[in-house]
Design a protein around this ligand. Structure first.
Ligand SMILES: *Cc1c(COP(=O)(O)O)cnc(C)c1O
Length: 400
């Protein structure tokens, strides 16, 4: 008897090969190497409900969006991805897909201010309570869980803007022991540096506005789900239903820009983090700086965990000024290359005074960000120019 054919399993492709090719095949009709932007709302039918390529109406699906969703699912190692009009639209759709009035959320205390606003003002009004927790303290996280009531644990790591690191394996264990879902906001790390689904998360959310788009020219969001369910409904189904029924979808132009950005994510991120590491070290030696927060520094409390859990330390650095709030404000207003603005993850460097800008919505609450803190989104420019800009700004600020 002939031996059965032994077929070698397909070799798993690398991250960048996947980023360039997954969901981005040349157009079968024309051979265009870059899949077209399908700027259309509807699709002609060959008979009643006889669809040519499965697309009916662009709220349900659009080939440009499907291409981006395929790319994102492949890069996060997810079962399905769904693209939305913004990061918050993605978060909203995911939460509505899995929550019912009366449910409870355990929410990482240092996170994106807008996530906090969404959970408190929008979901709070629907009877969903939340408990903020220290993301680095597993005992506090477990103690915040209300058995049978907590439906979601939500965490962002590295966190914004303190750059604390959460142990995702520990978070997943606590969530699953309580029958709850673990959602991870992976915006800061991007799938290039961290893949939470492989560490036990049930869903990942992204603001594709940041590193994925990468050029500060598009707003977008995504939910990537594992092949798991909640209350007996697969996440693929419940999130897909929200996307279609509520309709906060990514449009074709925005989907194209996010997909185009994803193709060069690894190259940009390598440069972002090389620049960030160099500036973090340099800032540590400056007398105006009391403390540098960057997970790549050996003295960062989350350094060892980040080294284990991530494939790099990212491109965001926060600093606390020795001169307190006035010095922080003056520094943020004194740079020239670093543009004073909210957002992050673009090729150009940005600076912000977090407590008054990105985190104004939690001002005066226990979640408020230290007033002496400035966040740097380090771009891909030549690092010597960035260093010179920061040095000049620190000197200018000291003279004010
Ligand atoms: C920007 C951001 C969001 C919100 O995304 P939008 O695209 O602005 O709606 C969510 N989480 C994190 C970590 C972010 O930085």
């Amino acid at each position: 008897m002939a031996a059965p054919d032994v077929v070698a399993p397909p070799r798993a492709r690398g991250f960048t090969t996947t980023a360039v090719h997954a969901g981005q095949e040349p157009d079968p009709l024309t051979g265009a190497v870059v899949p077209p932007i399908y700027q259309t709302s509807t699709f002609v039918q060959d008979g009643v409900n006889v669809l040519r390529a499965g697309h009916e109406y662009s709220r349900g699906s659009n080939p440009t969006r499907t291409g981006l969703e395929t790319q994102l699912a492949a890069l996060e190692g997810g079962h399905r991805a769904f693209a939305f009009a913004s990061g918050l639209a993605a978060e909203d759709a995911l939460l509505r897909a899995v929550l019912r009035p009366g449910d409870h959320i355990v929410l990482g205390a240092d996170g994106y201010g807008g996530t906090n606003r969404l959970v408190n003002t929008v979901f709070g009004a629907w009877g969903v309570e939340n408990t903020p927790v220290d993301i680095t303290d597993p005992a506090a996280i477990a103690a915040a869980v209300r058995p049978g009531v907590t439906a979601v644990l939500w965490v962002e790591t590295p966190s914004n803007p303190l750059l604390n690191i959460a142990d995702l394996t520990a978070w997943a264990e606590i969530a699953h022991a309580a029958g709850a879902l673990l959602v991870v906001d992976n915006t800061f790390a991007s799938p290039y540096l961290q893949r939470p689904l492989a560490l036990g998360a049930d869903a990942v959310v992204h603001s594709t506005t940041k590193y994925i788009g990468g050029h500060s020219d598009v707003l977008g969001g995504a939910v990537v789900v594992a092949d798991r369910g909640h209350r007996g409904v697969p996440l693929e189904e419940s999130v897909g239903h929200q996307q279609f029924a509520a309709g906060a979808v990514a449009g074709p132009q925005d989907s194209y820009l996010a997909a185009r950005g994803l193709k060069t994510l690894s190259l940009r991120m390598d440069r972002h983090q090389a620049n960030a590491a160099r500036l973090a070290e340099w800032l540590q030696g400056r007398p105006e700086i009391a403390r540098v927060l960057y997970p790549g520094l050996p003295d960062h409390p989350g350094h060892a965990l980040a080294a284990r859990q991530m494939d790099g330390f990212g491109g965001v650095v926060s600093v606390r000024l020795a001169g307190g709030e006035p010095a922080a404000r003056a520094f943020a207003e004194a740079t020239e290359l670093f543009a004073l603005s909210v957002s992050l993850g673009g090729v150009e460097s940005l600076i912000c005074h977090s407590c008054e800008m990105t985190h104004a919505s939690v001002r005066g609450t226990p979640l408020a960000v230290p007033r002496d803190l400035v966040r740097l989104s380090v771009g891909i420019e030549d690092v010597a120019d960035l260093e010179a800009d920061l040095a000049a700004a620190l000197e200018r600020a000291a003279r004010r």
